[in-house]
Design a protein around this ligand. Structure first.
Ligand code: ASP
Length: 419
């Protein structure tokens, strides 16, 4: 087909009108190709980082990277490697709570907007920085995702350090979980074992539910520090999740996103949550924006949460609307049955390419330990667009998700002697 100079100029003028309309967020239903219906505003002019609240302490160093001209993925990794390297954070990387076999298995996925590439690892073991390994998969292989033994062997070949990720503290909590659930197996010392000790009477309050009393005695026998015993018990009774997601936008409008985790505590070996799944735990489209998730991984996989949100924004929703709609899909997957939904926790962190952002949560509050001090706190996320701060999430339901499996509640006064 040939095209005259006059036609070319006319088409160029039309295209430029369409682009201008797009830049102002205008939807034109009656003109132009389908693409011009997108209502994603133009790129932002300032650096912006959004992440789960546990990334707050590392926002500054991510932002510093952006200021010095680093790539958006470098900045995102600078944030998430903080909790990965922290042995006291038992939800990510080194020190993460292990699977039911006592092995710390890590999941991570990431997307680099400008090159439109992705990388992911699942059930990685013996290497602490799962996000950096996911990046190596993206940069050094023709694949997107490696899992299990293959992922670990790949990481070691790439020069990552092999180390035992199970810290002494996490190992003891795992032992506590194992022994507590061992009425039908042989974990835990039998009464003929010289090391067996009867529960220490003075450490048990009659007012506590039996399960907590039994766990408290077991924790004492395992040598768990008295100051950390109730926290360990909580983790045994309520297998914790905990993950970090981070999305980054720079002044040029380039974007990246990453999610990394040790996943659900006590999971079956080989279980993959949403975090390593591109489109569930993490998604980034350079034309639209990025989204990531923390919470009940199985539920988020069923809703393909991060991808759903980015697509919602592509079709004109604001970050908040896009996130709330994804939360409603999770509720819909349970036929809005609150008896089930009260056991689901889900938060999304959303950043559009014009810098608009939102944190949304299924529940308005998070339950805390110890309850006596702060029974519940608002569901939050962290953001840095010049100033680092935490903000409250928008939410679907008022309240906090209920512990699953249900954690026995007891009167605050009874906890006085047991901390
Ligand atoms: N979504 C993660 C998982 O299911 C856990 C979390 O976000 O806390 O493994």
């Amino acid at each position: 087909m040939t095209i005259s100079r006059r036609d070319f100029l006319a088409q160029t003028a039309l295209a430029s009108v369409a682009l201008t309309a797009k830049a102002h967020g205008v939807t034109k239903d009656d003109h132009g190709p389908a693409e011009s219906k997108a209502t994603v505003p133009a790129s932002a002019s300032r650096h912006t980082i959004i992440c789960s609240a546990n990334g707050f302490a590392y926002l500054e160093r991510g932002y510093e990277r952006l200021r010095s001209g680093a790539d958006t993925l470098d900045a995102a990794l600078a944030v998430v490697s903080g909790p990965e390297d922290d042995p006291n954070d038992d939800s990510v990387g080194l020190g993460g709570l292990p699977n039911e076999e006592g092995v710390v298995e890590l999941d991570s996925s990431l997307m680099h907007g400008p090159s439109r590439r992705a990388g992911s690892v699942g059930a990685l073991h013996d290497v602490r920085n799962a996000s950096a390994v996911a990046r190596a998969v993206m940069e050094h292989t023709g694949h997107v995702m490696l899992a299990g033994e293959g992922a670990t062997r790949f990481a070691l070949k790439m020069g990552f350090t092999k180390e035992n990720l199970l810290t002494e503290h996490s190992r003891k909590i795992w032992m506590l979980w194992k022994e507590y659930n061992s009425e039908r197996d042989w974990w835990g010392p039998g009464i003929s074992n010289p090391g067996w000790k009867p529960p220490a009477e003075h450490e048990i309050s009659e007012n506590l539910p039996q399960s907590v009393q039994r766990l408290y005695a077991l924790a004492a026998n395992l040598g768990i520090d008295p100051g950390r015993r109730m926290d360990a018990i909580h983790k045994v009774l309520r297998p914790p999740t905990g993950t970090i997601n981070c999305s980054v936008l720079n002044e040029k409008g380039e974007m990246s996103g990453v999610t990394t985790t040790s996943g659900l505590a006590w999971k079956l070996a080989g279980r993959l949550g949403d975090s390593p799944i591109i489109g569930a735990g993490c998604y980034c489209d350079q034309d639209v924006g990025a989204a990531g998730a923390t919470g009940s991984g199985e539920e988020n996989i069923r809703a393909a949460g991060a991808h759903t949100i980015v697509e919602n924004m592509r079709h004109g929703m604001s970050p908040e609307e896009a996130g709330m709609e994804a939360l409603k899909r999770i509720a819909r997957n349970f036929n809005n049955d609150m008896a089930r939904l009260k056991y689901v926790g889900m938060k999304y962190y959303i950043l559009r390419k014009d810098g608009a952002y939102a944190g949304v949560s299924l529940w308005s509050r998070s339950a805390n330990w110890p309850w006596e001090a702060h029974p519940e706190s608002p569901a939050q996320f962290a953001v840095h667009d010049g100033t680092a701060r935490k903000e409250n999430c928008k939410y679907l339901y008022d309240g906090a998700a209920t512990d699953w499996p249900p954690f026995p509640k007891y009167p605050a006064a009874a906890a006085g002697g047991i901390k």
